[in-house]
Ligand binder design. Structure first.
Ligand SMILES: [Fe+2]
Length: 229
């Protein structure tokens, strides 16, 4: 039997209506399991969003850990209602990093209190969010809302160099109206698009600076060569 006559074997796990494949750059065995979402047996699926994001997979968890960007980037009303003085999203975040030596040391958790405010004082919609960063490609976003509990499962899959497939699927308790579930999913999609737009703007600024520096260097070299000649 020639040594080339074989295919690579992948470790897989079917959990929470997904099939996960374990990948490790150095081919190490899995160090953690996907947590079971018991609620799925009685909860309702309300749809998904699917985006291709141009970045390294590491940038997505780092963006989640950057809690300061929530107010800055996701403060203005997603519904586009008036100025930021009329309505805005208010975020209070408590970030907990993984504890060493614990069984769940791979999980990082941020607890977020979200309010939609009118005139900065009137809070008309409150949501308690617990974002569990379980692995680089898996996040469970638990939300306690006025209508009941829900979870958004975010998966991030590298599909090409510096291209990630980012998918959000939403499941809710039966008490949550479909329209509200769709609104939450749409809000999540707006946040992904806002992040992507901001990152593209930043990248463009950096590229412009690099281009200017390269042009200046070329000018200097040209002047020097003219002075020598
Ligand atoms: Fe964001």
């Amino acid at each position: 039997m020639p040594s080339s006559a074989h295919v690579r074997k992948w470790i897989t796990e079917e959990q929470n209506r997904f099939i996960f494949i374990w990948y490790h750059a150095e081919e190490s065995a899995p160090t953690w399991q996907v947590p079971v979402i018991d609620e799925f047996s009685s909860w309702v699926y309300h749809g998904r969003t699917d985006y291709k994001v141009n970045c390294h997979i590491q940038e997505i968890p780092e963006n989640g850990a950057d809690v300061a960007h929530l107010a800055q980037l996701h403060g203005p009303s997603m519904l586009g209602i008036g100025s930021k003085w009329f309505s805005h999203h208010h975020w209070i975040v408590n970030w907990t990093g993984p504890e060493p030596e614990q069984e769940d040391q791979h999980v990082a958790v941020s607890k977020i209190q979200h309010e939609f405010r009118l005139m900065n004082y009137v809070s008309i919609l409150q949501t308690q969010v617990e974002a569990q960063q379980i692995g680089p490609g898996l996040v469970h976003l638990w939300m306690d809302t006025y209508f009941g509990r829900l979870v958004i499962v975010q998966t991030v899959t590298p599909i090409a160099p510096l291209v990630q497939s980012v998918i959000h699927r939403i499941y809710t308790a039966p008490s949550v109206p479909t329209l509200y579930a769709k609104l939450v999913l749409w809000g999540e999609a707006v946040m992904v698009r806002t992040n992507e737009r901001e990152r593209t703007n930043e990248r463009t600024k950096v590229e412009r600076k690099m281009f200017l520096m390269a042009s200046l260097q070329q000018d200097l070299q040209l002047r020097r060569s003219k002075m020598i000649n």
